[in-house]
Design a protein around this ligand. Structure first.
Ligand SMILES: CC(C)(COP(=O)(O)OP(=O)(O)OC[C@H]1O[C@@H](n2cnc3c(N)ncnc32)[C@H](O)[C@@H]1OP(=O)(O)O)[C@@H](O)C(=O)NCCC(=O)NCCS
Length: 194
C-alpha cells in the first residue's frame, strides 16, 4: 500500500475564531470554573464519557491541552471554549487525528443556560470551518449516542451525514447503548457552506 498523498499544514501558533454571536479560543486554566458549571451537571454528562466534573477533574483529564493548537501526538487535541458576550457557555473538541486519512473527530458541550438559541450550531459550524480551512483536514466525524436526541439533531442541522447506526455496541452508564456515526467531507462542506 502506498503512502497517503496528504500533507497536513502545521498547526497554527494561535487560534481565535469569531462569528456573529460566538467566539472560539483554546481553553485555559482560568476557564475551569466556568466549564465546571455545566460539565458538573449530571444531565449535561448523561451521554458524555465521564461523570459530572469539578475544575480539578477537568484539569486532570484534559489539562495537558491548555492553550494547545496541535492535533498531533498520542494525547493531542484542541479544546476550544465557546464564548458569548465574554462568558464561557460551552466547549468544543477536535481530536483523534488520523493524519494519513486527514480525518479527526469533533465533539461539543453547551451549558443548558445557553441552549435552544442556535449557539451550538453557530459554534460547531465555526469549528468545522476551522478544521477544514486551518488544519487542512478532509473528513470530520462525530460519534453520538442514539438516545442523545439534541446532539443528533445538531449533527443533522449541520448537514452531517449519518453513516452508521451501531446497535447495542457498548455498555454505557448502566445500559447497552446504540452509537450513531456522523461525518462530513471538506468538499461537501464547501459545497453547502452555511
Ligand atoms: C448537544 C447540544 C450541544 C445541543 O444544544 P442545542 O441547544 O440543542 O443546540 P443549539 O444551541 O444549536 O440550539 C438549537 C435550538 O435553537 C433553535 N435556534 C434558534 N435560533 C437558531 C439559529 N440561528 N440557528 C440554529 N438553531 C436555532 C433551534 O431551532 C433549536 O431549537 P429546539 O431546541 O427547539 O430544537 C446540547 O444539548 C448539549 O451540550 N448536550 C450535552 C452534552 C452532549 O451530550 N454533547 C454531545 C455528545 S455527542
Amino acid at each position: 500500500m502506498s503512502a497517503s498523498p496528504l500533507a497536513l499544514p502545521p498547526a497554527p501558533a494561535t487560534l481565535e475564531v469569531t462569528r456573529d454571536r460566538v467566539r472560539l479560543r483554546p481553553f485555559e486554566e482560568s476557564d475551569l470554573e466556568a466549564m465546571a458549571a455545566y460539565r458538573g451537571d449530571a444531565e449535561v454528562c448523561r451521554f458524555l464519557p465521564f461523570e459530572p466534573q469539578t475544575p480539578d477533574d477537568i484539569r486532570g483529564r484534559i489539562g495537558h491541552l491548555f492553550g494547545g493548537t496541535t492535533l498531533e501526538g498520542e494525547r493531542g487535541g484542541v479544546v476550544l471554549v465557546i464564548e458569548t458576550d465574554g462568558a464561557v457557555i460551552g466547549d468544543l473538541v477536535l481530536f483523534h487525528l488520523d493524519p494519513e486519512a486527514g480525518s479527526a473527530e469533533i465533539g461539543w458541550v453547551l451549558s443548558p443556560a445557553a441552549s435552544g438559541r442556535g449557539l451550538a450550531t453557530e459554534a460547531v459550524r465555526a469549528l468545522i470551518d476551522t478544521a477544514f480551512d486551518v488544519y487542512g483536514l478532509r473528513r470530520l466525524v462525530a460519534q453520538i449516542d442514539a438516545d442523545n436526541v439534541r446532539s443528533a439533531a445538531l449533527a443533522e442541522r449541520l448537514g452531517m451525514r449519518r453513516e452508521a447506526h451501531f446497535v447495542e455496541n457498548a455498555w454505557f452508564k448502566g445500559r447497552w447503548s446504540d452509537l450513531l456515526v456522523y461525518a462530513v467531507l471538506d468538499r461537501e462542506w464547501a459545497a453547502g457552506r452555511r
